[in-house]
Design a protein around this ligand. Structure first.
Ligand code: MEV
Length: 453
């Protein structure tokens, strides 16, 4: 294998040249290039679209696209598309959805939809004078962005507020323009960033030309202008609720009351223990990210947002809350999320469009409601397993096919394994031994070859 070296101008190469180039660094260049190429789409127009989403594209990376049916959300049924590689996530969402569908389903509330962006700048001067000038500056920033915001304003959105924040107690001379936006049904990242970069230009000009400031005060250093992925004012709540005795049939060994009690303890643990909270919240994002991917939304932004919110008290905690009183079990998830149903990948990725179609072409608020419900459903399923049978039993059952594929099992072996492991505990080693046994049986049953002397 060739020794790797720094290459200049890689991006200028054609796709074929790039693939040839990187293939040299693998053990079997032509097998490597061949396998990667085999995942390209047969329709060149579709492939071109995918190639252009990103850079240095060589091929496509497949992840299963599944569906969790039967989500009753605010009285309406949704079959939710989910793109995820982890086994048991879709099954868990589907199971929760079905369980809650005859108990009123998921109730949601979008608390607000405001997003934030900031211009971070350094300025050495009289802060009071700067605050005095803020009404004028605000007007100029709005005027400067009037063209960019025209369409958004027509759709009912736009810039909601522009404030000056003095951060000099944290870093000398550090100030922010802190602006809030309503981006209606779009995620709005490009819209917000474009507005902020215009703000920055106007800010420079404002200082340069303003006779109210001394000569020294006319200098400003804008460090950066960028939206914040933390949107505590773009918040959604999803909840599930039922009489405790409706939880009676959830686990053979437990009454509804006992189950609710164990479940509550598990939530309390995630509220006080950061190690557990991380995993608890990860289970919520299993559902949210899968829906985000299916609908062309930015799951990294959703994750960052949720995790910061989980730490808003100064300690990282569970995103869910529970109450058990008056014979009722109520479980809720409150989470900030900036989702979009227009623009970006939602309009470009053919399957993102199809996902939105399957959901009835929701607006951004509706998609937030669905995402929060799916997150809560996945978390409910995880906790339900954890406080009863444990997670591995169900998870490994779902994982069985992956293990079998790992051992190159034939279709016939898979059928036999599924039958056998319907009652046996699945572990990697147990599957290996089972296959070894099967294969030995086959060998010993095979007709012997008789050599004629
Ligand atoms: C696995 O992807 C997610 C869980 O670990 C979540 C949890 O522990 O709550 C099962």
């Amino acid at each position: 294998m060739k020794k790797k070296e720094i290459i200049c101008g890689f991006s200028k190469l054609t796709r074929e040249q790039k693939l040839d180039y990187i293939s040299q660094y693998t053990e079997g260049p032509s097998a490597f290039a061949g396998e990667l190429s085999s995942y390209r789409h047969s329709d060149p127009a579709v492939q071109k679209l995918f190639d252009e989403f990103s850079e240095n594209t060589l091929t496509n990376y497949f992840i299963p696209y599944g569906v969790a049916p039967n989500f009753l959300i605010d009285g309406k049924v949704y079959h939710v598309p989910m793109v995820i590689e982890e086994s048991s996530v879709v099954a868990a969402a589907a199971k929760s959805a079905k369980f809650w569908s005859d108990k009123g389903g998921f109730t949601t509330r979008v608390k607000s939809v405001i997003k934030t962006g900031q211009v971070h700048f350094f300025w050495n001067g009289d802060a009071e004078k700067l605050f005095d000038q803020m009404p004028l500056l605000r007007e100029r920033l709005l005027a400067r962005t009037a063209q960019i915001t025209a369409n958004m304003r027509q759709r009912g959105g736009g810039i909601r507020s522009i404030d000056l924040v003095d951060k000099t107690h944290e870093i000398p001379d550090y100030y922010q323009i802190h602006a809030t936006f309503d981006t209606v049904d779009s995620m709005g990242a490009n819209f917000i960033n474009s507005c902020l970069e215009e703000f920055a230009e106007e800010l420079r000009q404002f200082f340069r030309e303003n006779p109210y400031f001394t000569r020294a005060e006319r200098k400003v250093e804008v460090v950066m202008s960028i939206l914040s992925n933390y949107t505590p004012d773009c918040l959604v709540e999803a909840s599930i609720e039922c009489d405790i005795d409706r939880l009676n049939d959830l686990d053979e060994g437990l009454t509804g009351k006992e189950f609710a009690g164990r479940f509550q303890k598990a939530v309390q643990i995630a509220q006080v223990d950061t190690f557990r909270a991380a995993t608890h919240n990860k289970g919520i994002f299993n559902g949210i990210d899968a829906l985000a991917l299916a609908t062309g939304n930015d799951f990294r932004a959703l994750e960052a947002n949720g995790h910061v919110y989980a730490a808003r008290s100064g300690k990282y905690r569970s995103l869910t809350d529970i109450s058990i009183s008056g014979g009722k079990f109520r479980y809720s998830l409150t989470i900030p999320m900036a989702m979009g149903t227009v623009g970006g990948l939602t309009a470009l990725h053919p399957l993102a469009k199809r996902s939105l179609e399957l959901l009835g072409n929701p607006d951004a608020r509706q998609l937030m409601r669905i995402a929060a419900s799916v997150g809560l459903a996945n978390n409910f399923a995880a906790l339900k397993s954890l406080v009863t049978k444990g997670i591995q039993r169900g998870h490994m059952k779902m994982h069985l096919l992956n293990i079998l594929n790992n051992f190159g099992a034939t279709e016939d072996e898979k059928v036999k394994a599924k039958e056998y492991f319907a009652i046996e505990k699945v572990t990697f080693r147990a599957v290996e031994l089972f296959l070894e046994g099967l294969r030995e049986q086959v060998l010993s049953a095979a007709p012997k070859v008789i050599f004629n002397k």
